[in-house]
Ligand binder design. Structure first.
Ligand SMILES: [Zn+2]
Length: 192
């Protein structure tokens, strides 16, 4: 799984392109998007309480089905005036929630069952990408040293890798959008 930093970058991008400069563009919306991007990893909590941090982690909370349910519930936490705005927020949140299992799907996973149950409830099978863009995050299986175990050189390099991969993908996307816009502008000029 990528670190909360990797997931937070996607949450921030969702805010940046979905909320900012619109009527809901504010700090509250930004933190809300970042929280939503990390929400599936709250499945660590019940395990931490019983002393086995990984016990309930990486199950159906990391699936398209639960992403769909969460995206349908969470807009209730935002005050939205019209149905058109609600539809846009729903789509944006669905993208943010689905990004979580997809990022985890693209990360190294060394613990059985490998991957995530991406297509639950249609399929309970676990899937892991053959191309792994992100590293895993080392952590203690015990609650007593779970948080302190997160601060390791391995995890530091994992976060650097996430930032590098995400920056490269964003740069590629921006270049593709600029090229597309210039191509369209060229076509319009040629037609004039
Ligand atoms: Zn996760």
């Amino acid at each position: 799984m990528p670190s909360p930093i990797g997931h937070s970058i996607v949450g921030y991008l969702g805010y940046r392109y979905g909320f900012q400069n619109k009527e809901n563009g504010n700090m509250k919306a930004m933190f809300f998007c970042i929280l939503c991007a990390n929400l599936p990893d709250l499945d660590f909590l019940p395990g931490l309480i019983i002393g086995q941090s990984d016990r309930f982690h990486g199950g159906i909370s990391h699936s398209m089905g639960v992403s769909f349910i969460l995206a349908s519930i969470m807009p209730l936490a935002l005050s939205t005036k019209n149905a058109k705005g609600l539809g846009r927020i729903w789509l944006l949140l669905l993208g943010i929630f689905i990004s979580h299992p997809i990022l985890d799907f693209l990360a190294i996973d060394t613990g059985y069952p490998f991957g995530k149950p991406l297509f639950w409830p249609i399929s309970a099978d676990y899937y892991q990408s053959p191309i792994l863009l992100f590293s895993d995050v080392w952590r203690s299986p015990s609650s007593s040293d779970f948080f302190i175990s997160l601060f390791s050189w391995h995890n530091f390099y994992a976060v650097l890798r996430e930032i590098l991969v995400m920056s490269s993908l964003i740069a590629l996307l921006k270049m593709a959008l600029i090229t597309q816009r210039r191509f369209k502008e060229g076509l319009i000029k040629d037609m004039a």
